[in-house]
Design a protein. Structure first.
Length: 568
């Protein structure tokens, strides 16, 4: 049970503190308001004890942020319940899961009545976490980020991954890839990690996936977010790497091929992706996806490379050759996006003209796809993570913390306003797209940067909130797609990832930077793998052989079991 932190006698957030149980008087001219603060976002079944005459009405309004009269935006959650008492002492128990921090309670009756409001609790109903995986370091702030990412994913783990527990609870096919990565690195139960791919394996007749599954959007058909399907392909590849169940991968691989083939009509004469219809989203930041798109080409090419590897392993050389041929052609055409003067890739080319707008995402896509030559990777990462050149912009974020309807309409019509220096500045990814950026940073051999990069998420951990929000300056305060710091601290800072399919050999490449102590344990199909580092010495306890990669690039092969080794 999650209990109340604070009760305010009134709903405007400025009223005097109160407490529960509370005995109140209501009647035809008297309505009583309480604002109840649970101290953090909670998700589950609300239970309220009440003693009141029959016919008393209790209304509950669930909020993720404090309620201010006149301050409700169209994107705010509008959820709650109404309960009419039978008379005497009784308990209201909600039959649906709600996510919120604040419960506004309104009590009214047609006749004068004395009402006692008692226990108000939330019985959290979340997918179980199992095992003893952990992360800790000598920096308490990083430890808090690790826990916050787990809590963020936990609040979006019911019978499927959801985007947020407060506003929608939809199973978006793109969002879930980050939840999956967090679970694969922190939870010994990988049931939802598989379920994410299983539920998403629901293609339209043309082979592309719905933007959201098992709900109203899929049932309605029609418009989709094509690049969400490319995230799903990556989710399949993640399971291939971590779990290594080839029969399971074989069963889902045809859908991955359908997704990749869906893009073929939009491959231009240079081998890149151009003029893709429907809703191309990728991330909420201000990126350009029209014309020839570096970002969509990169995400598609990542899918091609991953599909080719899985096909080779499954004994499908023809499929692998087909995918690699498209990847090679895309790599040649991708050079058109390169701006040598700035040392980065631009977002798009329209009617043969390379436009100057550039983003972290275009350059991350260039690296994670392998389309950019490897000799450029480190310099590109340094350029796109230079805080003097990176700006935060969103086409639709509003100053009040919600969605800006006018901006949204402008985006749809193409009438967008550019308010940054496209010749000199690079647009930052929002929290979701940042998982791609961090993948690129690590692949470029700059994982040492990630300790500083993940500190940006500390901006969310204020005012009692212990979860990561949807976007940097707006959106819901708990959004599963924002939880990448938890994965990053394990996979890139502590440095534990599969080196061979199914974790039959682990790769440990610690990049602790200034941290004097860092330790953690991660799940594998063969048991927990634990690494404890103090100074330059590491104690490794692994159920599988290990490839240790030191910061200077030197490698050491270790057998399964316990090992002590230098890492710096």
């Amino acid at each position: 049970m999650t209990r109340v932190l604070q009760v305010l006698d009134g709903s405007d957030g400025d009223s005097a503190p109160g407490e529960l149980p509370a005995t109140i008087s209501v009647g035809p001219d008297s309505v009583h308001h309480l604002a109840v603060d649970f101290g953090r976002i909670v998700a589950g079944f609300v239970e309220l004890d009440i003693d009141a005459p029959a016919g008393t009405t209790v209304e509950l309004y669930y909020r993720e942020k404090p309620f201010r009269p006149g301050g409700v935006t169209f994107s705010d959650p509008v959820t709650g319940a109404r309960y009419i008492t039978r008379g005497g002492g009784e308990t209201f128990t909600a039959v649906e899961i709600n996510g919120f921090r604040y419960a506004l309670v309104v009590v009214h009756a047609e006749d004068p009545a004395t009402v006692t409001l008692g226990r108000l609790e939330v019985r959290e109903h979340l997918y179980p976490r199992t095992g003893d995986a952990y992360f800790r370091s000598s920096d308490p702030a990083l430890n808090a980020l690790y826990r916050a990412g787990i809590r963020t994913v936990e609040l979006n783990s019911f019978d499927s991954y959801t985007d947020c527990p407060t506003r929608e609870q939809r199973a978006w096919v793109g969002d879930g890839v980050v939840h999956q990565l967090v679970d694969l690195t922190t939870n010994t139960d990988w049931g939802l990690a598989r379920n994410y791919v299983e539920l998403g394996n629901s293609p339209r007749s043309d082979g592309i996936l719905p933007m959201s599954v098992v709900g109203d959007i899929e049932a309605g058909g029609g418009l989709t977010i094509p690049d969400w399907s490319l995230s799903w392909v990556h989710g399949l590849y993640n399971l291939y790497r971590y779990e290594g169940n080839l029969e399971w991968v074989r069963r889902h691989l045809p859908t991955a091929e359908q997704v990749l083939r869906w893009y073929l009509p939009y491959v231009d004469e240079r081998g890149t992706i151009a003029d893709v219809p429907e809703w191309n989203l990728v991330d909420w930041c201000s990126i350009f996806l029209s014309g020839r798109s570096a970002i969509l080409t990169g995400l598609w090419a990542r899918g091609l490379a991953e599909f080719a590897e899985m096909s080779d392993t499954l004994g499908l050389p023809g499929a692998a050759t087909w995918a690699r041929g498209l990847h090679t052609a895309a790599a040649a055409g991708f050079e058109d996006f390169w701006d040598a003067g700035r040392g980065l890739y631009v977002d798009h080319i329209v009617d043969g003209t390379r436009h100057p707008a550039a983003s972290q995402l275009a350059n991350a896509a260039a690296i994670i796809s392998g389309l950019a030559p490897q000799h450029r990777w480190a310099a590109v990462v340094d350029t796109i993570t230079d805080p003097r050149r990176v700006v935060v912009r969103s086409w639709i974020g509003a100053a009040d913390g919600g969605y800006d309807e006018q901006k949204m309409a402008a985006q749809v019509s193409g009438d967008i306003a550019v308010d940054w220096d496209v010749e000199q500045e690079t647009v930052s990814a929002e929290p979701f797209g940042s998982y791609l950026v961090h993948d690129a940073v690590a692949r470029a051999g700059r994982a040492d940067k990630l300790i500083d990069l993940v500190r940006r998420w500390e901006t969310f951990l204020v005012d009692g909130y212990d979860t990561f929000g949807e976007c940097w300056t707006w959106g819901t305060p708990v959004h599963g797609w924002s939880a990448t710091p938890t994965r990053d601290l394990v996979a890139y800072v502590l440095g534990i990832t599969p080196d061979q399919r199914g974790f039959t050999r682990a790769r440990i490449a610690p990049r602790p930077g200034p941290l004097q102590e860092i330790a953690g344990a991660v799940p594998t199909p063969h048991g927990l793998l634990e690494v404890r580092i103090t100074g330059g010495e590491a104690q490794i306890d692994s159920p599988v052989p290990v490839l240790l990669v030191r910061a200077d690039g030197s490698e050491v092969e270790l057998g399964a079991g316990s090992s002590k080794v230098t890492v710096r």
